[in-house]
Write a protein that binds this ligand. Structure first.
Ligand code: HEC
Ligand code: HEC
Ligand code: HEC
Ligand code: HEC
Length: 470
């Protein structure tokens, strides 16, 4: 019988155990120190500056804020770049009237028919409002509201009502800093905040409180201080057409303006009481799938950026198509080309529908003028004039909003479809009234295919107040 003896466990000298223990402990300590050091460096790098200097309550100077937050400031400064354009937007300001001369007719009787350029970066807000031909001796101080970080300070000094009541020119020397930090941030905490009273008042008008907004909502509401539809109540007081129990759709706004008999201008050709839409970016966005899914303006226009391992908010507010990798592509795993192509396809379709609406509207203005010329009484034209007011506001709600309909493509197309329908109803109404009187007054629709031709048509009409008939 074989007996197998279990071999004895190897014997190590007594000192080996404590030495291994000691070595392991030493390595752990070294690793821990390394980790702490890395974390400290990260933390140091993330800290905006060595010591944060206190920023005064109404500090308007972006450079002063920039000393504490250089990354945000430097990226903000890039809003002065105007070199890169996308297919329909981007840096360089376009001249809308040259690109789309039908607008010379649509805004006839209003300064927008003389000058209307696409917006550019926040850096230019003061320069651009100072040089626009649409400002004149009667322009109220209100027009500064959305242009400068000096505004909150001036409002605190003068009172809001009194600020609006100033002459535009009288505030000029006090307002020099373009849109910036003060407009969106509380200097003590850097929390997002609303500095413009009109948005607060609009919330209150709807029985809501801005203070209840979530952090994610604030990432859009800071923009909604300025990128919205508004009007001057009593010719000077900045107000949004938001009402108790109503929403932010174009129908809500038309009802609001009609109830108050508010009119921006009388159309030079049709003599209709017109409304000019501003730039209802927030409202249109609110109707789209991104708002529905809680994606904010900042998610697309101020995405996160990394620099030397530090993540911060890119303050170069611009077209996201110039920064697809950091904005859209974070959520949509399509290639950059696919994303750009998808956006351009959506925009092209919206713009095609928009162009149809413009043609119908221009014809409708001339139809009304021809009917008036043929002796149809104003009372009989009132319905058509009211309808063209609504039709053109719908068109303008999409045309004046930024982004060529991308923010809510279905809603944009729905509204434009309504505009076309209403413009054609105007034409039908006029044709019926003329037929009832046995008059033929079909206008010879003028050629307005270039800016020069459109300007010449308006010049001739203003001189003669007559439409050429077929
Ligand atoms: C899902 C992403 C997304 C969201 C959310 C979004 N936008 Fe946009 N925005 C775009 C795209 C895409 C364009 C089209 C840019 C182009 O044509 O170059 C655009 C265009 C614009 C433009 C014109 C820029 C230009 O260069 O022509 C402005 C202004 C704008 N958006 C403001 C806003 C505001 C204000 C909000 C929130 C109320 C908002 N956007 C929400 C994607 C977004
Ligand atoms: C149009 C509004 C707007 C303006 C103007 C603006 N910011 Fe911001 N800022 C934001 C938004 C939105 C965020 C993201 C905040 C969040 O989600 O908590 C942000 C975040 C920040 C943060 C937090 C850290 C980070 O990067 O996310 C700092 C610091 C900051 N901004 C500094 C500045 C400075 C400095 C200026 C002026 C040069 C400035 N901001 C101008 C909207 C603005
Ligand atoms: C204090 C008012 C104000 C606030 C707040 C504001 N904007 Fe603007 N924004 C403007 C004005 C005014 C312009 C046009 C400046 C010019 O053309 O001189 C503009 C221009 C822009 C442009 C460039 C438009 C173009 O066609 O190139 C974009 C993009 C934009 N804003 C997006 C935003 C977003 C997104 C927010 C919020 C994070 C925001 N803005 C907050 C007033 C504001
Ligand atoms: C924070 C995330 C987020 C960002 C950033 C974002 N999207 Fe979206 N996008 C969504 C969500 C969520 C939907 C809804 C559909 C879904 O759930 O997939 C959506 C839907 C879409 C759709 C389909 C629209 C429809 O009507 O069905 C398009 C197109 C789109 N996004 C384009 C873009 C573009 C272009 C950008 C950048 C300018 C962008 N998105 C940025 C989250 C995002």
């Amino acid at each position: 019988m074989n007996t197998t003896e279990t071999p004895a466990a190897p014997q190590f000298p007594k000192w080996v155990g404590p030495v291994i223990f000691g070595l392991t402990a030493g390595i752990i300590v070294v690793l821990a120190l390394l980790a702490i050091s890395i974390m400290e460096r990260r933390w140091e790098a993330q800290r905006p500056a060595l010591v944060l200097k206190p920023i005064a309550q109404w500090e308007p100077n972006n450079a002063v804020w920039g000393q504490n937050y250089p990354r945000e400031y430097e990226s903000y400064l890039r809003t002065r770049e105007t070199g890169t354009r996308s297919k329909f937007g981007g840096g360089p300001p376009r001249n809308y009237l040259n690109a789309d001369p039908l607008q010379v007719i649509l805004f006839a009787g209003y300064p927008f028919s003389k000058e209307y350029n696409q917006a550019r970066g926040h850096y230019y807000s003061v320069t651009d409002v100072s040089s626009t031909k649409r400002v004149n001796a009667k322009t109220p101080g209100t027009c500064w509201t959305c242009k400068s970080t000096d505004v909150p300070k001036k409002m605190a000094e003068l009172g809001v009502d009194n600020f609006y009541k100033q002459h535009f020119a009288d505030l000029k020397s006090a307002i020099t800093h373009p849109i910036g930090c003060q407009d969106c941030h509380d200097p003590a905490t850097m929390n997002l905040r609303i500095t413009r009273p009109a948005l607060r008042e609009a919330f209150a008008a709807q029985g809501r409180k801005i203070g209840d907004a979530t952090h994610q909502e604030m990432r859009s509401l800071v923009c909604a201080q300025c990128h919205v539809e508004y009007y001057f109540r009593d010719k000077y007081y900045l107000a949004f057409p938001w009402d108790q129990g109503k929403g932010l759709t174009v129908e809500d706004f038309i009802a609001y303006y009609d109830e108050r008999d508010f009119t921006d201008y009388v159309h030079a050709v049709s003599k209709a009481p017109m409304l000019k839409a501003q730039h209802p970016d927030f409202e249109l966005y609110s109707q789209g799938v991104h708002a529905y899914r809680g994606v904010s303006c900042a998610d697309c226009h101020m995405p996160y950026r990394s620099e030397g391992g530090v993540k911060f908010t890119d303050h170069h507010v611009q077209s996201p198509l110039l920064n697809i990798a950091n904005s859209c592509a974070v959520c949509h795993r399509w290639s950059e080309d696919e994303i750009r192509h998808r956006v351009e396809t959506i925009q092209t379709k919206v713009l095609a529908t928009k162009a149809e609406a413009e043609r119908a509207l221009v014809q409708a203005h001339f139809d009304i003028a021809a009917a008036a010329q043929a002796g149809v009484a104003d009372a009989d034209l009132a319905a058509a004039r009211k309808l063209i007011r609504h039709a053109q506001f719908r068109w303008d709600f999409i045309s004046a909003a930024n982004g060529a309909g991308f923010h809510a493509p279905q809603e944009a197309t729905r509204i434009l479809a309504d505009a076309i329908n209403e413009a054609q109803q105007v034409r039908l109404d006029i044709a019926r009234r003329l037929a009832a009187k046995g008059i033929s007054a079909t206008p010879k629709y003028p050629d307005v295919s270039t800016r020069e031709k459109a300007d010449a048509v308006m010049k001739a009409f203003e001189a003669s107040q007559k439409v050429e008939l077929l």
